[in-house]
Design a protein around this ligand. Structure first.
Ligand SMILES: [Mn+2]
Length: 219
């Protein structure tokens, strides 16, 4: 069952939406997403519990709970904490980003098969893209050495995280622009696989001034 929802962002600095569906024949999805306040910024997470079905959903739930509780910690510590709490589960692939409004930076890292892309607004050149480099491994089973990368972000930039139920070729084509719920639905419709749970999170950065900077540029 497909589900697309704009979710209430924890601050005016961004707006976001999540589109997801469980694999055909499954009641629950093993994919999950989180955006919450933490430290000086916002924590963004997409989790893919290994496999699918109930056990995958349990693993994803444990990861999301851990991340929400520890949201102010540095990214490397968040992976370590999840690695500990996921030991009793199947484990998960996880992509994490920390958005800092005062420094206008994103810090991100990923473990396992999760895609991340930062689509720059036109201020940075035409539809420039940055790709998340993820390390092989399974959080809760085999955690690699995690190195987070840091980039500047500007109003209008889009951060997109997707589980491997979304064909990874979505990152190489034209990424649709527009409100996050429309972009998320378009990516799920065009690139969702029938053979796995699928989830895509689209976050549009508005900056500390809310939408003012975007509106100025789009005039
Ligand atoms: Mn998957």
């Amino acid at each position: 069952m497909e589900n697309v929802a704009s979710r209430r962002a924890p601050s005016d600095a961004c707006e976001y939406a999540v589109a997801s569906r469980a694999m055909a024949g499954q009641r629950r999805s093993g994919d999950a997403a989180l955006v919450c306040a933490g430290g000086d910024g916002l924590l963004v997470a997409v989790v893919d519990g290994l496999g699918h079905g109930d056990e995958a959903a349990v693993a994803a739930g444990v990861a999301i709970r851990t991340l929400r509780e520890q949201a102010g910690q540095p990214i490397e510590s968040l992976f370590q904490r999840c690695h500990e709490t996921l030991q009793a589960t199947r484990g998960a692939a996880i992509a994490l980003a920390m958005l800092d409004a005062s420094r206008a930076t994103v810090t991100w890292s990923g473990v396992g098969n999760v895609e991340g892309i930062l689509v720059r607004s036109s201020q940075h050149g035409e539809r420039d893209k940055l790709y998340l480099t993820n390390r092989g491994g399974v959080v809760g089973y085999r955690l690699p050495l995690v190195h987070a990368s840091v980039f500047q972000i500007a109003a209008g930039d889009q951060l997109i995280f997707a589980t491997d139920g979304i064909d990874e070729c979505f990152t190489s084509g034209d990424i649709p622009h527009g409100p996050p719920d429309r972009v998320a639905r378009a990516i799920l419709d065009r690139h969702g696989k029938a053979t796995d749970d699928a989830l895509v999170l689209v976050l549009r950065w508005r900056g500390p001034g809310g939408g003012a900077a975007i509106r100025r540029r789009e005039q």
